[in-house]
Design a protein around this ligand. Sequence first.
Ligand SMILES: Nc1nc2c(ncn2[C@@H]2O[C@H](COP(=O)(O)OP(=O)(O)OP(=O)(O)O)[C@@H](O)[C@H]2O)c(=O)[nH]1
Ligand SMILES: [Mg+2]
Length: 214
Amino acid sequence: MKGNTVNILVLGKEGVGKTALVVRFLTGRFLTEYAQCDEMAYERSITLDEKQVSLKVIDVGGKSIDKKSSSKESLQKIDGAVVVYSITDRHSFDVAESVVDWLRRERSSCIPLVLLGNKSDLDHSRAVTSQNSEDIEWRNTGYMISECSASSDSEGVTKIFHMLVRKILEKRDTHLKVQRKLSLSHAPLGSPKLIRAHLRRRFSVFTRERTSTM
Ligand SMILES: Nc1nc2c(ncn2[C@@H]2O[C@H](COP(=O)(O)OP(=O)(O)OP(=O)(O)O)[C@@H](O)[C@H]2O)c(=O)[nH]1
Ligand SMILES: [Mg+2]
């Protein structure tokens, strides 16, 4: 976890539109067909709230979703995740929920998560009740449920990824502040390093005083 480097994992059942979402977010385009892969990492620098953020987005192919062990290593390095389902596929929602549970079990410190219903342009074939719970979920459970369409809502896709990145940076900031406070409040009065620095300061004053009076 260095500076403004953010690693995001994108998971979900086969065909829900993970690659379409990632490509939409990173390039602004929708291509209709996407090559399948086990795991693909995309790196990109973005400017968010006047900050440079180095993003690494890892797209885990739906075929390897059951071999969850394949992404265990990536899992320890990630700062947040987007778990995707399709609003037209009820089973993909169940899979997504079980992936969220699994992620929260695997990561002892909760990472910000988005449970994302894709293909909202296909509302006429909806099989999952409309979900949207931004504020309450972030606050209470650390994850957010939202919907978007990789095919027709570029802005919506970007908004969701940006919200996740902001949440990750916010969490990191809070963590750093707490750590700084803790290390200050636990600064040992008598640590050898501090004592040496203190004596050196005192001694230099003493020699300066002596020299000036000579
Ligand atoms: N209508 C509609 N189709 C979409 C949307 N997003 C993706 N698709 C289509 O859904 C199909 C699957 O999309 P992918 O992005 O390949 O899905 P995936 O989740 O990456 O699939 P795997 O890599 O096999 O796990 C493609 O034919 C896309 O064109 C969307 O928002 N709306
Ligand atoms: Mg894919």
